[in-house]
Design a protein around this ligand. Structure first.
Ligand code: BG6
Length: 490
C-alpha cells in the first residue's frame, strides 16, 4: 500500500503522531518498502525543508526510537506539495505527482484528512472531482477521517451522505485513536479469549461500571477548538462511548470489521436516550476554575471541561446496571480506566461484634487503559493472625512487567490496519451517528434548560464536589485512584 497523502501536513497531528508512527513502522520493518508519503497543505515547503522540520519533531516525539541513519532512509520516502484544498489545479498537480512517484504499477493510496474538520468535505469533494477516488484492479483508494466527525447528529449525517457520494463505506476509515491503544484491544482479548469472565459479565454479578478519562492538562493552546466542542463532543461522543461499547458488546462470531461493528452498533442502539428531565438528573457538567481566563476562551462561555453521565443499556445483559461515564481536564492525574464493580456478597458471613456493620469492599476489576497499563482484581483476604478480619487486596497485572519493549502508539496499529484494509477498529457511519444521537439530547438539555447548572472545580481535583454527592445519591462512590507509574519491585 504505497502512497499515503496527508492533507493538513503542516499541522500538529502530522508532526506529533502520524510521521512518528510511520517512522516507527519503518523502523520495525512493517512499512511496505515502496511507500511514498506526500504531505499536502498551504504552507510553502520544499521536500527537503519539510523533511528537515519533521526530523526535528520526530526526534522529539519518537524519543529514543530515533536513529539518524534510519531517519535518512525513511525521509527519502517523504515528499511535499503545497496546495489549497479548494483549488482544482492543486489536485491536478497532486495527481501528476502521485503518478510520477508510483510509476505505471497499480498502487493503493491512503488519503489522510488531518486538516481542521471544516475542510473535510472540501477535501473529499476535490478527491472525487479530480478522479483521485476512483479504484481499479490493485489500486485501492481509502480515506481516513479524524475526529470530530460532525458536531451533532445532523451534521455527522450530512457529512456521511456527502462522503458517500465520493467514497463507498468500505473505503472510509473514521479514526478514533482510543481504539488503537493496546489496552483497549486487550479488553476484547480479556473478554473473548478467556472463559472465566464471561459468566460474570452481566447484571447478575455486576453492580455498575465506571469509565473515567481524566486528564491533568488544561485546555492549553487548543481553546479555539475546545471552547466550541467541550468535553461532551471532545471525549464522550467518541472515546468514552467506544470504551463503553467494547465493555458491553456481545462476542462477535468473527473478528472481522462488520461483525465487530455490528455488535458495537447494537450496544449504541440499546443505550437509553435521555429526556430533558433525565439530563437534569443523570448528568453533571462543570468548568475548572480559571477556564474562562484561558487565552481564546469566551469570557461568558458555557462550555464544560468536565462532565459525568449515567447511561443505561436496555438489553437483557445490562438491564439495571448503570454505566457512569466521566471525563475532565485539569483533574488530579492522567488516568483512563474502566472499573467493573461487582455486587456485594449476598450474606456477610464473617461479621462479628466489631465489624458487623462494616460493609466490605465488593470485588472490582480495574482495567487501566493508561498510563500504567494493566488490570487489577480487588478481592477480600483474611488478615493473618487476626481472627476473621479481612482486608481488600489486589491481584495486579502490568504490561510493563510482563512484556519487554514499549507500548506502541495507537496510530501505528491504526495506520497499518488502513494499509491492510482492516476496518475493525474504525467507526462505521451508523456507529458515529448513533453516538451523536446519545450525546445530542444531553447537550440540548444543558443549553436549552440550563439543567443541571454549570458547577465549578478546582484544578487538580477529581471534578466538582457535586460529582461526589451525585454518585452518593445512588449509594455508590467513584473509584478515584491515580495509577502508580513505577511498579514497585517484586
Ligand atoms: C483527543 C482530545 O481526542 O484525545 C483531547 O481531542 C484529549 O482533548 C485527547 O486530550 C486524549 O488522548 P489520550 O490518548 O492522551 O488519552
Amino acid at each position: 500500500m504505497p502512497s499515503i497523502v496527508i492533507f493538513g501536513a503542516s499541522g500538529d497531528l502530522t508532526s506529533r503522531k502520524l510521521i512518528p508512527a510511520l517512522y516507527r513502522l519503518y523502523r520495525k520493518k512493517r512499512l511496505p518498502t515502496d511507500t511514498n508519503i506526500i504531505g499536502f497543505s498551504r504552507t510553502e515547503f520544499t521536500d527537503e525543508a519539510w523533511r528537515t522540520q519533521l526530523a526535528e519533531t520526530t526526534k522529539k516525539f519518537a524519543g529514543k526510537d530515533f536513529d539518524d541513519k534510519l531517519w535518512t532512509e525513511f525521509a527519502a520516502k517523504i515528499f511535499y506539495q503545497r496546495g489549497d484544498l479548494n483549488n482544482d489545479a492543486a489536485f491536478s498537480v497532486l495527481r501528476d505527482k502521485l503518478g510520477e512517484l508510483e510509476g505505471r504499477k497499480p498502487t493503493g493510496r491512503i488519503y489522510y484528512l488531518a486538516t481542521s474538520p471544516q475542510f473535510y468535505l472540501e477535501a473529499v469533494e476535490r478527491l472525487g472531482s479530480s478522479g483521485l477516488s476512483v479504484e481499479s484492479e490493485g489500486a485501492t483508494r481509502r480515506v481516513v477521517i479524524e475526529k470530530p466527525f460532525g458536531e451533532d447528529l445532523a451534521s455527522a449525517h450530512a457529512l456521511n451522505d456527502d462522503i458517500h457520494k465520493v467514497f463507498r463505506e468500505r473505503q472510509v476509515y473514521r479514526i478514533d485513536h482510543y481504539l488503537g491503544k493496546e489496552t483497549v484491544q486487550n479488553m476484547l482479548v480479556l473478554r473473548f479469549a478467556n472463559s472465566i469472565f464471561e459468566p460474570l459479565w452481566n447484571r447478575n454479578y455486576i453492580d455498575h461500571v465506571q469509565i473515567t478519562a481524566a486528564e491533568e492538562v488544561k485546555v492549553g493552546r487548543r481553546a479555539g477548538y475546545y471552547d466550541t466542542a467541550g468535553v461532551m463532543r471532545d471525549m464522550f461522543q467518541n472515546h468514552l462511548l467506544q470504551l463503553l461499547t467494547i465493555t458491553a458488546m456481545e462476542a462477535p462470531s468473527r473478528f472481522e470489521a462488520d461483525y465487530v461493528r455490528n455488535e458495537k452498533v447494537k450496544v449504541l442502539q440499546a443505550i437509553r436516550c435521555m429526556t430533558a428531565d433525565e439530563v437534569a438528573k443523570s448528568t453533571l457538567r462543570a468548568q475548572y476554575q480559571g477556564y474562562r481566563d484561558e487565552p481564546g476562551v469566551a469570557p461568558e462561555t458555557q462550555t464544560p471541561t468536565f462532565a459525568v453521565a449515567k447511561l443505561h443499556v436496555d438489553n437483557w445483559r445490562w438491564q439495571g446496571v448503570p454505566f457512569y461515564l466521566r471525563s475532565g481536564k485539569a483533574m488530579s492525574c492522567r488516568t483512563t480506566q474502566i472499573v467493573i464493580q461487582f455486587r456485594d456478597p449476598p450474606h456477610m458471613l464473617f461479621a462479628n461484634e466489631k465489624n458487623k456493620r462494616r460493609k466490605v469492599d465488593a470485588n472490582r476489576l480495574v482495567i487501566h487503559i493508561q498510563p500504567a497499563e494493566g488490570i487489577q482484581i480487588h478481592f477480600q483476604t483474611k488478615v493473618p493472625d487476626a481472627g476473621m478480619n479481612m482486608r481488600s487486596t489486589t491481584l495486579d497485572f502490568r504490561f510493563d512487567s510482563e512484556f519487554a519493549g514499549t507500548m506502541p502508539d495507537g496510530y501505528e496499529r491504526l495506520l497499518l490496519d488502513v494499509m491492510t484494509g482492516d476496518a475493525s477498529l474504525f467507526a462505521r457511519a451508523d456507529e458515529v451517528e448513533l453516538a451523536w444521537g446519545i450525546v445530542d439530547p444531553i447537550m440540548q438539555g444543558w443549553s436549552e434548560h440550563n439543567e443541571p447548572p454549570m458547577a465549578e472545580y478546582q484544578p487538580g481535583m477529581w471534578g466538582p464536589d457535586e460529582a461526589i454527592y451525585w454518585m452518593g445519591r445512588d449509594d455508590r462512590h467513584w473509584f478515584d485512584v491515580c495509577p502508580e507509574l513505577e511498579k514497585s519491585p517484586g
